[in-house]
Every structure is written in C-alpha cells, then in structure tokens.
Design a binder for this molecule. Sequence first.
Ligand code: E4P
Length: 227
Amino acid sequence: MKLLIDDAHLDAIKKIYEIYPVAGVTTNPTILSKVGGNPFDTLSRIRDFIGEDADLHVQAVSRRAEQIAEEARHIVEILGANTFVKIPAVPEGFKAMKLLVDTSEILITATAIYTPMQAFIAGQCGASFAAPYVNRIDNMGFDGIKVAQEIQQIFSVNRMETEVIAASFKNSQQVLELCKCGVGAATVSPEIFSALVKNSAIDSAVEDFIGDFESFAGAGKTMIDFN
Ligand code: E4P
C-alpha cells in the first residue's frame, strides 16, 4: 500500500517527506482553498519538491464532461507526467473519463466515492485509481473500511487494473485496517501520518535503551565514541 499526503501546505509536506516513505501528494479543492492564491503556484511548488516521478493528484472542478476533459488536459500540461486528474464518480465524470481515455493518456483518479458501484463504473471507464471516502462513509452510518474492501474485491474478481486509493481518514486505525488487506494506496493528512506510529510505549522503550547505554558509557555517548 502506497502512502500519500492529503494536503497542499508545502511546509507540512516537507516535514512528512523528511521522515516517512511517501509516494506523492493528493489535493482537492477544499485542501487548495486552505492555501489560497493561484492553485498552480501551490501545485507547481509541490511538484518541484516531490519530483516528476512522484504521484500528484489534482481535482477538476468543471460540471460538464467536455469541460472536465479540457480542464484535465490543462492540469496535466502544467504539472506534467504522473499527475492524476481527480474526477468525481458521477455521470458527467464517467463521460469525461471515457473521453479522456479514448483520446489521451491522462491518468484518472475517480473521486467522491461513497459506494462500490461508483468505483466499478469508474474502473470500467478507465480510471487508474478509485478513492473511497472512508471517514465520510462512516459518518453517514455505513462502514467505510468495508466499502473500501468491497471495492478492492470488485476490482480483483473482475480482473480490473484500477486500484483503491483510500481517502478521508480520521484515525490511524482506519489506515491500518486497509493496510492489512493491501489496498493500492491510502492518502492521509500530515496529522494522521504522524499518528501512524505514535505510541508512548515505543518512545519510552527507545529512551530506556539510550538511558541504559549512557549509564555505563557516559551521558551523550553513542557507539561512535568507541572503536
Ligand atoms: C481525497 O481524495 C479526498 O478529497 C479527501 O481525503 C477527503 O478528506 P476529508 O473527508 O477529510 O475532507
């Protein structure tokens, strides 16, 4: 399962990249609104930082299929290869996906997925990824993890190449559940990224080891101080 950052603040992205294995960045219009300004300034800075091989997901906001397709081409023209255009999995979105798949090599992430059938149709239309919104589904009284798992199973039994990129997480347990069943990717906020391995017992164990070493070697000493 690839891990991506669901955020557009470059400082936050840099902090997570420094520490964790990250495959790329996902954004949506709401995420971009938190940075403001020209969205391509924000996205180009992210692209420059993550490099041309990393995945960058950017959402089209037009309502009609032809405009969505035009917007998708514009996004990829500016942000380059490995840019996935997020297109809502609704009828005009499906139409746009088909248009794009028939006429270009633009990579598509079907987004705003709340039901398995949206993901199936998007996959049949040629989407590379389908993004179920785990936490939002939970908040509607359904089981977001189960929906994501069902989508993965649908792709598998139908021998489709589309992968799940699970999105909208509220906690690290939700990420773990999907990691266990091997979905293609999960995109998480910087806060949840940091919480994936946050545990005071782990910190305490590491501090105990350092303390034990310093107890015989001296304060601040490490293996570098010995030959
Ligand atoms: C990603 O594709 C989604 O846009 C995002 O994860 C939604 O997250 P939210 O439910 O926290 O807004």
